[in-house]
Design a protein around this ligand. Structure first.
Ligand code: PRP
Ligand code: URA
Length: 207
């Protein structure tokens, strides 16, 4: 249930994103673009409702997605950087927010905010967070959503560590994970290597 995007354009954009010389503006743009590619892939199994459309030449039967059935939920802060990209392709999806930060000493996630659209249990939820490191934040966010009755969850991240992927797969085998790249490993500070550094700080220019 893990899909790693494998495409030269993704590799190209990732190379610029990872570069320590890349500034905040460019970094933010690239996160948005990569999130759009991830969303494109994650929506591959979307159901189409039959609709009739009249082209300038004739009437035809085709399909449309009921965007209202989807909710994008960024994990604050860094997940916010992915929101514009996914909303640009599914503009009518609902949006929720989960606030979570990783304690710098224990590396355990701390939840500080939770607000999701009404009837969330009836929607497919697409969780957004650029970094899946130990997997703690992802697992806690997934658990909070499941407690609210959500049945279908997809997790979109830019970079995943093998260690974190294993944990999320074990705890939540029903959750499909989409990443642009699976990197080598976590270091002693639980940062992904080679990675891109601190995603939140690079998106918001806080360091
Ligand atoms: C980062 C990242 C994830 C989490 C991943 O957030 O955006 O939410 O760490 O780590 P994990 O898989 O080990 O839980 P951070 O705590 O830096 O907060 P921020 O988004 O506010 O910068
Ligand atoms: N959070 C980040 O922003 N980067 C990492 O490498 C790990 C966690």
């Amino acid at each position: 249930m893990v899909t790693e995007l494998n495409h030269p354009l993704v590799e190209h954009k990732l190379a610029i994103l990872r570069d320590e010389k890349t500034g905040t503006k460019k970094f933010r743009e690239l996160i948005g673009e990569l999130a759009m590619f991830l969303c494109y892939e994650a929506m591959r199994d979307a159901k189409l409702d039959e609709v009739k459309v009249k082209t300038p030449l004739e009437e035809m039967t085709t399909g449309m997605i009921n965007e209202d059935k989807y909710a994008f939920v960024p994990i604050l802060r860094a997940g916010l950087g992915m929101l514009d990209g996914v909303i640009s392709v599914v503009p009518n999806a609902k949006i929720g927010h989960i606030g979570m930060y990783r304690d710098e000493e224990t590396f355990e996630p701390v939840n500080y905010f939770f607000k999701v659209p009404k009837e969330i249990e009836k929607r497919e939820v697409v969780l957004l967070d650029p970094m899946l490191a130990t997997g703690g934040s992802a697992c806690d966010a997934i658990e909070l959503l499941k407690e609210k009755g959500v049945k279908k969850i997809k997790f979109l991240c830019i970079i995943a560590a093998p260690e974190g992927l294993e944990i999320v797969k074990k705890k939540h085998p029903d959750v499909e994970i989409f990443c642009t790249k699976i990197d080598r490993e976590l270091n002693e500070n639980k940062y992904i290597c080679p990675g891109l550094g601190d995603a939140g700080d690079r998106i918001f220019g806080t360091k």
